[in-house]
Ligand binder design. Structure first.
Ligand SMILES: [Zn+2]
Length: 263
């Protein structure tokens, strides 16, 4: 499905060129704040030119300050609701249902994995207590809708940076608003937030099966080749895993088995 949000490209905002990055399969959308001044002292002043300058400043900080190869995030959403591409190659990738490996949400400890394979959105400001203005909120919703559509991401997987890394980001207020964000995005997509993950069983195919097979292999239950095809070897691995954790050994991956596997 189409990516329709209007986003200013790295070329248009005058980014320093960067190497190209590995393409990834995104599972989440990761919400951040830039942790800088809120209106009326915001860097961008809500203008397009201000947004471009902020994008350049952040890229420079990520390269010179953090020693990264490019902007760490995939998108920037300014106080004026201006959307800008972050890491090079992001826009082309997401329009094709993929993302590029980035550096905005490394996994700390037992928190969620997969942040850096997924689009990260930096929202200009500090949202510990400050409430985001309507323009910035609307563009955030619009971008999330486009990403969910083009990358086939479930709006339930719109998450806060603090779920991946040891950080306050995206601020207490913005983190508290994620249920509202998920709901608004789901409404615009015409979907619901109910648990609609399909059962995985003999004959299932696709990305969900690849993730299942990888999890099984990681836990020492070999599913055979990791090929996205739920065959007999995968079924036997699921059964062995289910027995090891005391679940019903039916070889079918439903909510309980998913949870036990960390899927
Ligand atoms: Zn963050």
């Amino acid at each position: 499905m189409a990516f329709t949000a209007k986003v200013i490209t790295t070329e248009e905002w005058g980014a320093i060129s960067a190497r190209s990055f590995e393409r990834t399969v995104p599972k989440f959308i990761v919400i951040h704040h830039t942790n800088n001044q809120n209106p009326p002292n915001d860097s961008s002043k809500g203008t397009v030119e201000g947004g471009k300058k902020l994008a350049r400043d952040i890229q420079k900080f990520h390269i010179d300050g953090n020693g990264w190869s490019d902007s760490g995030h995939n998108f920037l959403n300014t106080t004026g609701g201006v959307l800008l591409e972050g890491r090079h190659g992001t826009l082309n990738a997401v329009k094709q249902g993929m993302c590029v490996r980035s550096a905005h949400a490394k996994q700390d400890g037992n928190r969620l994995a997969g942040g850096n394979q997924s689009p990260g959105i930096e929202n200009e400001g500090n949202f510990m207590t400050f409430n985001m203005g309507q323009k910035q909120w609307d563009s955030l919703v619009e971008l999330c809708v486009s990403l969910c559509e083009s990358c086939n991401i479930n709006p339930k997987n719109i998450r806060g940076h603090r779920e991946f890394s040891n950080t306050d980001c995206p601020g207490d207020w913005l983190f508290s608003q994620l249920p509202r964000l998920r709901q608004e995005v789901a409404d615009k997509l015409g979907t619901t937030l109910e648990d609609d993950q399909p059962l995985l069983k003999l004959g299932s195919i696709g990305q969900d099966v690849i993730e299942l097979q990888q999890k099984l292999a990681d836990k020492g239950f070999s599913p055979g080749r990791i090929d996205g095809d739920f065959g007999e070897n995968t079924r036997q691995a699921v059964i062995a895993f289910q027995r090891s954790v005391g679940l019903t050994d039916d070889g079918i991956v439903g909510p309980d088995t998913r949870k036990a596997l960390g899927l």
